[in-house]
Design a protein around this ligand. Structure first.
Ligand SMILES: *[C@@H]1O[C@H](CO)[C@@H](O)[C@H](O)[C@H]1NC(C)=O
Ligand SMILES: *[C@@H]1O[C@H](CO)[C@@H](O)[C@H](O)[C@H]1NC(C)=O
Ligand SMILES: *[C@@H]1O[C@H](CO)[C@@H](O)[C@H](O)[C@H]1NC(C)=O
Ligand SMILES: *[C@@H]1O[C@H](CO)[C@@H](O)[C@H](O)[C@H]1NC(C)=O
Ligand SMILES: *[C@@H]1O[C@H](CO)[C@@H](O)[C@H](O)[C@H]1NC(C)=O
Length: 563
């Protein structure tokens, strides 16, 4: 079974209810999910429906222009209202939807400030009829929640062209935590010698000081209080202020140990403090943003919605709609996320809509940074190549991981080519050069016309962190992404101080400034579940789908940013 079969396709089928168009379908649930039979007909479902934006192509075009060095509107980031003018549905879309809803006795409510998501609540039996669906109860051994999902949803013909997504429907996020960039703390009490920063040596451990030395990152505090860096948190991962304080005392004794972050919440997110509340991922992200972006105000956005990654799709949706409510003056300049899952599991319509949500945030001048995943080319499966989302969205900056000095791409670094998103203009040349290095008899399957990721990389092995009052090491692109985000936040601090606009959507700038990165030319991303001999990509001179254009050189990146 190929995941390409999961791609959305339009086919007309006739049903008793009239003409229905299959909007999204999959032949079966992904491995591990087991149907427990039809969902009870009277059970209530809340479905969110994306109403088609009036001009998403216009948003893409404008974003590409304002992010491309040399264009006349370079870095003239859009206001919330300007973004909304592209994203909000056209009047005829709203009319078509409302007419259909009232004819079917539904009372939709707005589910996003820009009007591009609406929510309906209805019994399963009604949803099955209206959408030619068969909602079933699915269980998975690794999650406690029961999921109500369907293998197919259709739209009545009067909604075709007006509704892009129905969610939840056919999205099944594989809850195998190894799919997400992960961190597992290994206490390092036995550390005998002073840590070396060379992580190709088993005794090598990365600290903020190592990263500052390796990449030339300044230790002097930022000066601009309006320039903030936002860390997202999902799956009940909660950062602890006591752990951060302990971390700073050990690893940044030169800055006040009471330096902390402010909390933002979406969808009922919380951040309880105390023993057993610590999230390793959240602590890692907070340690390396606070510990590297010296003096930059840090925000933690805790997104509620449950502890399993099965809710991850909805949590990403909550994140993009949350940003529609953030006023221009309150926007962070950088946001970093260390979570992801297999692209195919989201389904093309949903992934496309969420990716456009990140384009909205990017267009307002936020650098949206994602970890590229820790499963090599196969997303930790023993199978064909599987790209990771949102890392493979063309409107975010995807960060891979390196190891050692001199740096190599680490074997688990997520990378490859999207099946849903074509190669964006900013990387066509870089991708074409890489493809020339791939042998014609290459045994791996990948999409040569897809968006290649990651864009950049940074150390991602053996980072010292503190979690639940234990000092230990963790590894993953989860470590790379917040550290890269911190570097971008420091550059923004200098730009704001110079009265210049912030970096915003980075990718066109990154591909035009490759000399500001150290090219990583060694590495093979076969992942950690397959033997190192398994087919995978190899790092090369220039961009490659393991290390992107390479690791940042602070001074050169700052000079390029100020140019
Ligand atoms: C941190 O401690 C210093 C000195 O004790 C104090 O002046 C400052 O207000 C504290 N900052 C925060 C954020 O609590
Ligand atoms: C946006 O703000 C409005 C008004 O405060 C609120 O009712 C709504 O729930 C918010 N929406 C989101 C997605 O945060
Ligand atoms: C490759 O990617 C392109 C662009 O996203 C897509 O249109 C095409 O269907 C993909 N091809 C395969 C074989 O997956
Ligand atoms: C953390 O551990 C240290 C030493 O192991 C101990 O002194 C301290 O009291 C602990 N702090 C908390 C909050 O438990
Ligand atoms: C991947 O690299 C790490 C770090 O060098 C190493 O510990 C691990 O054994 C490697 N895994 C495989 C499957 O080669």
């Amino acid at each position: 079974m190929g995941f390409r079969k999961l791609l959305a396709f339009l086919s007309l089928i006739a049903t008793a209810a009239g003409r229905m168009v299959v909007q999204q379908s999959r032949p079966n649930a992904p491995p591990g999910f087991v149907s427990q039979g039809p969902a009870p007909p009277t059970e209530t479902l809340t479905l969110r429906m994306a109403l088609t934006s009036n001009n998403v192509a216009g948003l893409h075009q404008k974003l590409t222009s304002i992010a491309t060095p040399g264009s006349s509107d370079f870095r003239q980031w859009l206001s919330a209202d300007e973004v909304k003018s592209f994203i909000q549905p056209a009047v005829d879309t709203v009319t078509a939807f409302n007419t259909w809803a009232s004819a079917n006795g539904l009372k939709p409510t707005d589910a996003s400030p820009s009007g591009d998501w609406v929510s309906i609540t209805l019994p399963v039996s009604h949803a099955d009829t209206l959408f030619g669906a068969k909602f079933e109860i699915f269980t998975h051994p690794d999650i406690t929640d029961k999921l109500v999902r369907t293998l197919s949803v259709s739209l009545p013909s009067e909604l075709v062209g007006h509704v892009d997504v129905i969610q939840p429907s056919t999205d099944f996020i594989d809850p195998n935590p190894r799919l997400a960039p992960r961190a597992s703390i290994r206490a390092s009490e036995k550390r005998a010698t002073p840590a070396s920063c060379d992580t190709s040596d088993p005794a090598g451990i990365i600290t903020p000081t190592c990263l500052q030395k390796l990449y030339g990152i300044p230790t002097t505090p930022a000066t601009q209080s309006t320039n903030t860096l936002l860390v997202t948190g999902y799956g009940d991962q909660w950062p602890q202020t006591a752990d951060l304080s302990n971390f700073l005392q050990q690893f940044r004794p030169d800055i006040p140990s009471n330096t902390t972050f402010s909390l933002l919440t979406a969808d009922g997110g919380v951040d309880p403090q105390g023993q057993f509340e610590a999230g390793v991922e959240a602590n890692l992200d907070i340690d390396y943003t606070t510990g590297i972006a010296t003096g930059v105000p840090i925000q933690f956005l805790s997104v509620g919605g449950g502890s399993t990654l099965a809710d991850f799709a909805q949590s990403l949706l909550d994140t993009t709609t949350f940003f529609q409510n953030v006023t221009d003056s309150d926007l962070p300049s950088v946001m970093t996320t260390s979570y992801g899952s297999i692209e195919a599991n989201f389904g093309a319509p949903f992934a496309t809509k969420i990716c456009n949500g990140f384009a909205e945030i990017s267009a307002r001048g936020v650098s949206v940074i994602f970890a590229s995943g820790d499963g090599g080319v196969r997303g930790n499966h023993d199978s064909e190549f599987m790209p990771v989302f949102p890392a493979a969205c063309p409107w975010v900056t995807s960060t891979g991981a390196t190891i050692g000095i001199p740096e190599q791409a680490v074997n688990f670094t997520g990378g490859g080519f999207s099946v849903f998103f074509p190669t964006p203009d900013y990387q066509t040349q870089a991708v074409a050069s890489f493809l020339e290095t791939v042998p014609s008899d290459f045994a791996g399957q990948f999409n040569r016309t897809g968006r290649g990721y990651p864009d950049v990389s940074l150390q991602g092995w053996n980072f010292d962190i503190v979690s639940n009052n234990v000092t230990g090491t963790v590894s993953g692109t989860s470590a790379s992404a917040p550290s890269f985000a911190a570097i971008i936040a420091l550059i923004n601090d200098r730009l704001v101080a110079a009265g210049k606009p912030v970096l915003g959507f980075l990718n066109p700038f990154i591909y035009a400034s490759q000399s500001a990165f150290t090219d990583i030319t060694v590495g093979h991303n076969s992942g950690s579940v397959c033997p190192s001999s398994a087919v995978a990509f190899d790092a090369t001179a220039g961009w490659d789908p393991l290390s992107g254009v390479g690791t940042p050189i602070f001074d050169k990146l700052l000079a390029a940013a100020l140019a």
